[in-house]
Design a protein around this ligand. Structure first.
Ligand code: SAM
Length: 285
C-alpha cells in the first residue's frame, strides 16, 4: 500500500479500458487511474504501456491475473481496509468479463468495501450492438470449453437458445468452433463474426454458419474475434424439448443412450442432431 490512512476504507474501482482504440479511454477512467493509490492489473507491462500512451503517471502497479488472484486478493483487501483506493483493470475491456477480478470484487464486497465501476469498452457489447440481432435479451458464453462433454453441452445450449449467444474465440480455434456450431445449430442459422473491433482493421462479417465456415477457411483468421449466433428459430425450442423428453424417457426405460437416439430418430422422426444433443445433456448415472 502506498497511502496509509486511518479511518474509512478505500474504494475498489473496476475500470474498463480500451479494446484496441485509445480514444475509448474515458475521462473518468483517466481520472481514476491517475488518482488511485494502487492499480491492480492483469499484466503490469501492458497496463504500463497504456498509462504511458495516455500520459498518466503510474501509481503502484500490482499484478492480478488468473494464476495469482487467490493470493493477491487478501493483500489488496487489506490495503483497501487500511484506506487505500484500489483500481482494477484487465489487459483490455472490462475486468471480470472473461478476465480476472471476480475473486477480488467478491472479497472486497464481503469485507464491506465500496466497489464501484467505471464502465466502458467491452468486446461483448460492441459485437452485440453491431450484430443486427435482437438485443432485448441475449446470452454471454465467453470462451467455450476447449473439448469434452462440457463443450458439447454448451454448444447444444447455444443451438437451443431462444436468444442470441455471444462467444469469445481465438483465431486458432475459430474455424473449428464455427463448424461445430453449424453442426449443432444447422447450416442456415444466422451468425455474425466481429473481428478487431474498434481497431484499424475492424470487420463485421454477417451470414449463415455454413457461410462463415467457408469464409474463415479461405482467410486464415487473425486478431481477436467475437461470434454472435442468432437465436433458435421460433418453435424450435419446443421441438427440441419434445425430443429431449422422449430421449430421457427412453433412457429411463432402460435403453442405452445410443439406442435411445436411434429410437427417437426412427420412431419419432426426430433429427439425429437434436436426439444426440439431448442424449449428451442427460446426467450421467
Ligand atoms: N474483458 C474483455 C472485454 O470486456 O471484452 C475480454 C477479455 S477476453 C480475455 C479476450 C477476448 O475478447 C478475445 O479473445 C476476443 O474474443 C474478445 N475481444 C477482445 N477485444 C476484441 C476486439 N477488439 N475485437 C474483437 N474481439 C475482441
Amino acid at each position: 500500500m502506498t497511502a496509509e490512512r486511518s479511518g474509512a476504507p478505500g474504494t475498489l474501482t473496476v475500470v474498463a479500458t480500451p479494446i484496441g482504440n485509445l480514444g475509448d479511454l474515458s475521462a473518468r477512467a483517466r481520472a481514476v487511474l491517475a488518482s488511485g493509490d494502487v492499480l491492480a492489473c492483469e499484466d503490469t507491462r501492458r497496463t504500463g504501456r497504456l498509462l504511458a500512451l495516455a500520459g498518466i503517471a503510474p501509481p503502484k502497479l500490482v499484478s492480478l491475473h488468473a494464476h495469482n488472484e487467490h493470493e493477491r486478493t487478501a493483500a489488496l483487501v487489506d490495503d483497501l481496509l487500511a484506506g487505500a483506493d484500489v483500481a482494477l483493470v484487465s489487459d483490455a475491456g472490462t475486468p471480470l468479463v472473461s478476465d480476472p477480478g471476480e475473486r477480488l470484487v467478491s472479497a472486497a464486497a464481503s469485507a464491506g468495501v465500496e466497489v464501484v465501476a467505471v464502465p466502458g469498452p467491452s468486446a461483448l457489447l460492441a459485437a452485440l450492438v453491431v450484430s443486427g440481432m435482437a438485443t432485448a435479451r441475449w446470452r454471454f458464453e465467453g470462451f467455450l470449453p476447449r473439448k469434452g462433454p462440457e463443450r458439447r453441452s454448451r454448444i447444444a445450449e447455444i443451438a437451443a437458445a431462444p436468444h442470441p449467444s455471444v462467444v469469445y474465440e481465438s483465431p486458432v480455434r475459430l474455424g473449428a468452433t464455427l463448424a461445430e456450431l453449424a453442426a449443432a445449430c444447422g447450416d442456415e442459422r444466422r451468425v455474425v463474426v466481429a473481428r478487431e473491433l474498434t481497431k484499424l482493421h475492424e470487420q463485421t462479417w454477417r451470414g449463415t454458419l455454413a457461410g462463415s465456415v467457408a469464409h474463415v477457411r479461405g482467410s486464415a483468421p487473425r486478431g481477436e474475434h467475437v461470434v454472435v449466433v442468432d437465436a433458435a428459430p421460433p418453435g424450435r425450442a419446443a421441438e427440441q424439448d419434445a425430443v429431449a423428453s422422449a430421449v430421457a424417457d427412453l433412457v429411463a426405460a432402460g435403453l442405452a443412450r445410443r439406442d435411445a437416439v436411434t429410437a427417437a430418430v426412427v420412431l419419432l422422426g426426430a433429427s439425429r442432431r437434436d436426439a444426440y444433443a439431448a442424449a449428451v445433456e442427460l446426467p450421467r448415472s
